[in-house]
Design a protein around this ligand. Structure first.
Ligand SMILES: Cc1ncc(COP(=O)(O)O)c(C=O)c1O
Length: 480
């Protein structure tokens, strides 16, 4: 989510005098695939628009980053510590005031979007939360995770915070998990920097070996930063860890300057060019070679190096990729028919990729007190509305009925979260209008797992004409 879009939404809400309704910004850092925000910049610019915003950074996959001096400033707690220091410096107020006078009394929308906004240090309430799945990248047992808090107002919310944890977690004794968290913490305190540097080194070695091997590189590649992060978000001009002439100083510059940088430990290995789809390749690596991948996409698998990896793991992975490459070479030596089939499959996986549809919109029924400019909706009412079976219906994904209704019928409204895996995030949420783009995408998907979609019955919809109106808006909002 580019910062510009976040600022745009906040400014739209401010123009509509509804900024008071925004309580928190919730972002995933870093993503599965390794996109890391410029966390400090995001928080500073948002705080310049609303100084009491709360930030929740889902850093499930990024707990280890604390132990890299390069990655730490791009974690929520690392950035919050930097902002806290900045807030105490006398120069900060001067910088804020200078920017205010440069911007003038009524800065244009364009100026606000183009400027790196400085918050008013006297107004900022620094309220930052970071979640880490310690078990994902360190030595904790499953479910061992942490919420890190840096909130000047924590005293006022602490009891609600604990209540929320108890609502969502087991209340039974769980000392085994706590003990493993303690072990993980101790291990990282004592050895963390070396272990994380090792994980980064291993990832660079894997990248180098794959790119440099004449046979493996015929079929497989690891996507560079240039393929993972569009150029407009790589202001430093960083191309990749292995780009000719590039060294670690370039990577560090990217980590300091770029709106999004790439975590070196995530390696998106393209397997579509070897005619494997992601799920197929994942199964092959797991079943035949004992290698676990992190996640799949249609034409790639995601490898992640960890604090426990060794040079032997690199050697094992390269040996396996070489073995698979050799067998592909042999298969393609079997004549033109085999080569045509291979080329057709590669094209289907690499070129004929269905476009991921953008979020369409919430049905008006769920937009009760929303404004004109921002797309928010009341997902909760739609979600619980779908608990009433009489209010729901199913429409098969393929067939005349859905085409007819898309063309001339009343808008169809999703009752569920529909989440194909891969990619693993919703293409429909409760209350969202189903569009031609969504249906096209689902028809082209060839994945087996689609959460929230029952292939035998079809898409689950809410029958709006039979639903009561959503609950009345709260008085304070009505007044606003
Ligand atoms: C982005 C993200 N956040 C949160 C979680 C949940 O983490 P946990 O199982 O530690 O609660 C996951 C799990 O895969 C995740 O990918």
């Amino acid at each position: 989510m580019p910062l510009r879009s976040i600022k745009q939404a906040l400014l739209d809400l401010r123009d509509e005098r509804r900024l008071d309704r925004v309580k928190m910004v919730d972002l995933t850092n870093c993503t599965f695939d390794g996109h890391i925000y410029d966390v400090r910049r995001v928080m500073e610019e948002c705080l310049a628009i609303k100084p009491d915003l709360v930030f929740l950074w889902d850093e499930a996959w990024f707990g280890f980053a604390h132990w890299s001096p390069f990655l730490r400033p791009r974690t929520a707690m690392g950035a919050a510590a930097d902002i806290e220091r900045w807030l105490l410096e006398p120069e900060s107020i001067k910088a804020f005031e200078k920017q205010q006078s440069d911007l003038g009394g009524k800065p244009s929308r364009q100026a606000l979007l183009d400027t790196r906004l400085i918050p008013d240090p006297r107004k900022v309430r620094l309220r930052v939360y970071q979640t880490n799945s310690t078990h994902k990248s360190m030595s904790a047992i499953r479910q061992g995770s942490m919420v890190l808090v840096k909130d000047v107002d924590f005293g006022a919310v602490e009891s609600q915070f604990h209540e929320a944890v108890f609502t969502h977690a087991s209340t039974s004794p769980n000392q085994q998990i706590i003990a493993s968290l303690d072990v993980a913490r101790r291990q990282m305190e004592l050895e963390g920097y070396g272990l994380v540097w090792n994980a980064i080194q291993i990832a660079l070695d894997i990248r180098r070996e794959i790119a440099g091997h004449p046979l493996i590189s015929k079929y497989f590649s690891i996507l560079g930063a240039d393929k993972m992060v569009p150029a407009e978000y790589r202001q430093s001009g960083f191309v990749d860890f292995l780009a000719p002439g590039s060294d670690w100083a370039d990577a560090v510059r990217s980590m300091r300057q770029d709106e999004f940088c790439l975590d070196p430990t995530r390696m998106t290995l393209v397997c579509g060019t070897a005619a494997f789809d992601g799920s197929q390749f994942k199964a092959l690596l797991a079943n035949e070679y004992g290698i676990q991948v992190n996640k799949t996409s249609r034409n790639s698998v995601l490898l992640q190096s960890n604090i426990n990896n060794t040079r032997s793991d690199v050697a094992q992975l390269i040996r396996v990729l070489l073995e698979i490459s050799k067998s592909l070479d042999k298969q393609l030596g079997n004549g033109a028919a085999a080569r045509d089939e291979f080329a057709g499959r590669v094209k289907a996986l690499m070129v004929d990729v269905p476009d991921l549809p953008n979020f369409s919109r919430f049905h008006d029924h769920y937009r009760g007190n929303a404004g004109e400019k921002t797309p928010e909706g009341d997902m909760r009412t739609a979600f619980y509305g779908a608990y009433d079976a009489d209010q729901c219906e199913y429409v098969p994904l393929v067939g005349d009925e859905i085409d007819r209704r898309l063309k001339d019928g009343a808008e169809m409204v999703s009752a569920n979260f529909v989440i194909p895996y891969p990619p693993g995030f919703p293409i429909l949420v409760p209350g969202q209008v189903v569009t031609v783009e969504t249906v096209d995408f689902m028809r082209k998907l060839d994945v087996r797992e689609i959460h929230g979609y029952d292939a035998a019955r079809g898409l689950k919809l809410i029958r709006l004409h039979r639903q009561a109106a959503p609950t009345a808006r709260p008085v304070e909002h009505a007044a606003a």
